[in-house]
Write a protein that binds this ligand. Structure first.
Ligand code: FES
Length: 321
């Protein structure tokens, strides 16, 4: 996978608990172009790799702005960013990858929960630049936690709707009015905690939105990973289409682990079904999808599978490797 050497050019506090960092290329050149919704893998001190959405405008490839919340239940990434990164520090990142791109539509409803604002802020920039119709709803626990507040007000004005749970406006109490009777060409984008997105999705579908117009991104696994509870898992086979080799995937192994041991080159990053690096085309068979990368529609098409965590519903899965 292509990597890029960058330097932290600036850091800023973005509301309580959020730290933004501006990354520029170490050699001073432009960074790769990206579309709103993209994320990069960041190689953190200590060997961790974490995925963070780009919050800045796609129009500016001189820098990527990321923003990371300090999580009490950090798996290491959030605390590493908050405690170990400093301005001037060199980092390695991946090229941007986009699994959450804007779709054609006559109106775009962006709904963020907490730090889920990051990809949606980039979307707001892109939609504004395109002269497209959009509105941004941003749910936080308290106003003190709002990231990019000045930018939101200054650049998007009354297209931005801030909802603070402290003021009685959490998503269970106040839903965006745009969910009512969203026309067929309207698109809905969600980023935030899994329960928050599930609630908004359910509310939207109850109001007539179909799943194909609801897009989300969750940077946390929402289902047990393949090896987390091997007790109920079935054994299945994976066939490598190019060579005809067949491998048995035992209940406590992942496809990626077995193929990796056999020397088959795979692209891996998060290894927990949230980044999309390992998406592999399916030639035959029905995957048992365990990732949060693909939409329900994409999963139902069974065209691709995340080999780091997904399994198989059919006895054999043939992969385009
Ligand atoms: S490696 Fe990230 S989804 Fe599989």
């Amino acid at each position: 996978m292509q990597t890029i050497e960058v330097v932290i050019d600036a850091m800023s506090r973005q509301g309580a608990g959020n730290l933004a960092m501006e990354l520029v290329r170490a050699d001073g050149a432009a960074l790769p172009a990206f579309e709103a919704g993209a994320h990069v893998d960041v190689h953190l001190p200590g060997g961790l790799i974490r995925q963070y959405s780009i919050a800045s405008t796609p129009a500016d490839t001189a820098r990527y702005v990321l923003c990371v919340r300090r999580e009490a239940a950090s798996r290491g990434g959030s605390s590493s960013v908050h405690e170990r990164l400093r301005v001037g520090q060199a980092l390695t990142i991946s090229a941007p990858r986009n699994l959450f791109a804007l779709q054609p539509g006559s109106h775009h409803v962006l709904v963020a929960g907490g730090i889920g604002i990051t990809p949606l802020l980039a979307m707001a920039h892109q939609l504004q630049a395109q002269g497209a119709s959009f509105e941004l709803h941003y749910y936080v626990r308290s106003r003190s936690e709002i990231a990019f507040l000045r930018q939101l007000h200054g650049e998007f004005g009354d297209r931005v709707h801030l909802h603070s749970a402290e003021e009685g406006r959490d998503a269970r109490q106040v839903l965006p009015e745009a969910l009512e009777g969203g026309a067929d060409e309207h698109q809905l984008y969600l980023c935030g905690p899994a329960a928050f997105m599930a609630h908004i999705t359910e509310a939207a579908m109850a109001r007539g939105w179909d799943a194909a117009r609801i897009h989300d991104e969750a940077f946390a696994p929402v289902k047990p990973l393949a090896s987390a509870d091997a007790g109920d898992e079935a054994t299945f086979e994976v066939e490598v289409a190019s060579t005809g080799q067949v491998f048995t995937i035992a209940p406590d192994r992942t496809i990626a682990a077995v193929l990796g041991e056999a020397g088959i080159a795979l692209s891996l990053s998060c290894e927990m079904g949230i980044c999309g690096a390992c998406l592999t085309d399916v030639v035959d068979g029905i995957p048992d999808h365990r990732d949060t990368v693909q939409s329900d529609v994409e999963k139902a098409s069974n065209k691709q599978v995340t080999v780091c965590c997904s399994r198989s519903c059919s006895p054999r899965l043939t992969l385009a490797l």
